[in-house]
Unconditional design. Sequence first.
Lengths: 242, 272
Amino acid sequence: MTDIAIKITDLNFSFEKLSILENISMLIEQGDFVGLVGPNGGGKTTLLKLILGLYKAQSGIIEIFGQPLKQQRKTIGYVPQYAHFNSDFPISVQDTVLQGRLGIGSRLGGYSKQDKSIAQKVMRETEIIDLANRSIQSLSGGQMQRVLVARALATEPKILLLDEPTANIDQRAEKDIFDLFKSINERMTILIISHDIGFVSDYINKVFCLNKTLVCHDASPVTSDTINTLYGGHVHEIHHHH
Amino acid sequence: MEFFHTLATQAFLQNALLGGILASIGCGLTGSFVVVNRIGYMAGGIAHSVLGGMGIAYYLGLNPFVGALIAALLAAIIIGTIKLKWQHQEDTTIGAIWAVGMAIGIIFISKSDGYNTNLMSFLFGNILIISDEQLFIMLVLDIITLIFVAVFYKQLIAVSFDMEFAIVRGIHVNLFYLLLLCLIAITVVLLIQVVGLILVIALLTLPAAIAKQYVHSIGMMMLLASFLGMLFTSTGLFISYEPDLPAGATIILVAGLAYFISSIVRSWRPFK
């Protein structure tokens, strides 16, 4: 086992002749809390899906804990974008969280006792235990977001990938959920996509700015120069005071 | 009442009632997946192209329902593959398979004896002529469906709810998606006996769609939809019997009316 969680080398990805990602190389160490920022259409979600093995890159290598992606895929927990959800689906919070246990243990029949106790544990951690029997149709954006985080945690992953987890919730709830991520980060590596650089910078220890290719990648504070390169100079700087 | 008197004494009416009940079990189980996956159009394609298989089997002097089963499974696999591989042309291709299947069926049936009666009963069903053998086939198809759904319940739900997440968790989503369509194919064949292939989609989706308005899980939806299916087929059969109305069409009208009333009630008192 190495202490490199994710290692990406010279990754290129195009879709129907349109180049989406070029020459991506990144190193994420175990225990990192990484922010992946950049403009819409800059390829953030695509990069996440490449790391998840949902897309296949034309060239380049992705290694997880020093091994090919395929062998380590089950160590990754995934929190997709809330906006893409079929929130009309008749399913309870608990049954949604249990899906994180798929691919572990028996294939046939229902979930095991152990699966259920792990689901209970992560629902307590994400503070949705009181909603366990509620239908997801009745949840608020913030509650649903926690359900999706709990589902990813139920996998007991070593790496957690989150795609815009705070896009649909208000600022106070956003702070609460980032405090949750901070405590989760004590036991696993986190890679989070966010559009809000200012907000995530209080929590993360590393940032990657992505616009087709990596514009910046280090732990130094994000300067207005980087922001200009990234977004093309139309961004007003807003300072967050805490 | 004449209906109950006949039911007590005549096998054909007992078979009809039993046929409706057996078909309802399949329709509750797979109809729920059709509704939550919003694949009524794909199910329609499978149901209608089945006429091709029925026509060929009928022309060759074989059991048309065996032909229907083969055609339904074939259509399910073709339509499923199109959906998974060529998503952008899904609409057109399913429409084409839908019509081509029916065209093949009509040509073969027209070259056989008894063109009109048989065509009508394939298209609109004839619940009053269900034989013991057909009941047995329906029972077997129900059992296959039930076992499959029970064994792979969590995978089927995961694939329906969030395909991407299921892939990440190592589920063979393409396989399960195709198997789900095969289940739909089996159910379509079950239902054709009762309401005919034109009306199948209504009986496949309406009970499940009503159930979805009242329950929070697919399992409960299946249970309630099966029960509603039984209620609609039995009620439809009862209403149609004395005035000698077509049973299949009456069953669909009962189901449609129930869906309409339930939707209005739910829009007044939303269910959360």
